[in-house]
Design a protein around this ligand. Structure first.
Ligand SMILES: O=C(O)c1cc(C(=O)O)c2c(n1)C(=O)C(=O)c1cc(C(=O)O)[nH]c1-2
Length: 225
């Protein structure tokens, strides 16, 4: 008998997640150089700043006030309600805690080519595909709270040169990621009724895992023209 739909989604989010990428394995075991960790923080900022952009594209596809209200909260989590708040601001502070000026992170010209393509790929996927596929792609967040915990431990243990308050983004994402993935999973289970729809949702989540993987491939190589 084939695996039930929810288990298929959970298996992809577990087995294809970027916690298994060699760069993350090295991050977690504490062997990244300062230059490598700074390269990751700087390039991952490009992903972070596009999360609310792709979420706005998803909001535009939702047909009821309840659904839009639910999804709008994600944009607020990242952008804050005012200056000085929100996930993007916290990531800028992570950069500062690691010795990177925020103007360096804000400057998109420094982004590695493969990182730019991976992030564009994700934003365009959410722009072009069905609401089911766009929401299913967010289900990598089923695994995100675990990687946040691992990362906080690794930073505290191995990368003491990064000031502790810089980790507040990761701390906040643990509960946000749990809530977001629970909400998104309920929508996907409700919307994907036919076998074809379920296959589309699994393929969307697989694609998203590949986005995160490709982003780290580019950061690991670190080469640019
Ligand atoms: O640092 C990470 O490993 C990681 C992974 C993911 C993810 O699994 O997609 C997200 C985040 N962080 C994150 O911070 C975040 O806000 C986020 C939003 C989404 C999404 O697809 O909607 N994924 C993630």
């Amino acid at each position: 008998m084939s695996m039930p739909f929810e288990e298929r989604l959970r298996a992809v989010a577990r087995d294809s997640y970027h916690d298994r990428h060699p760069f993350n394995i090295r991050m977690h075991e504490g062997t990244l150089t300062q230059e490598e960790l700074r390269r990751w923080i700087r390039n991952r900022f490009h992903y972070q700043r596009h999360i609310p952009v792709k979420d706005a594209l998803i909001v535009a596809k939702l047909r009821t006030p309840e659904l839009r209200r639910m999804w709008l909260r994600r944009i607020q989590d990242h952008d804050g309600q005012q200056d000085g708040e929100g996930g993007i601001e916290r990531w800028l502070r992570l950069g500062e805690a690691a010795g990177l000026d925020r103007s360096l992170l804000m400057d998109e010209t420094g982004v590695l080519p493969g990182v730019r393509l991976a992030v564009d790929g994700y934003v365009n996927f959410c722009r072009l595909r069905s609401p089911l596929e766009a929401v299913a792609a967010s289900l990598t967040e089923l695994s995100a709270p675990d990687i946040m915990r691992t990362r906080i431990d690794a930073f505290e243990t191995h990368y003491g040169w990064i000031e502790a308050e810089g980790l507040s983004y990761f701390r906040g994402r643990q509960s946000q990621g749990r809530r977001d993935s629970k909400e998104a999973l309920a929508l996907v289970l409700d919307w994907a009724r036919t076998e074809a729809e379920q296959d589309q949702a699994v393929a969307a989540l697989t694609f998203k895992c590949q986005v995160l993987w490709a982003l780290l491939d580019a950061v690991e190589r670190g080469e640019r023209p």
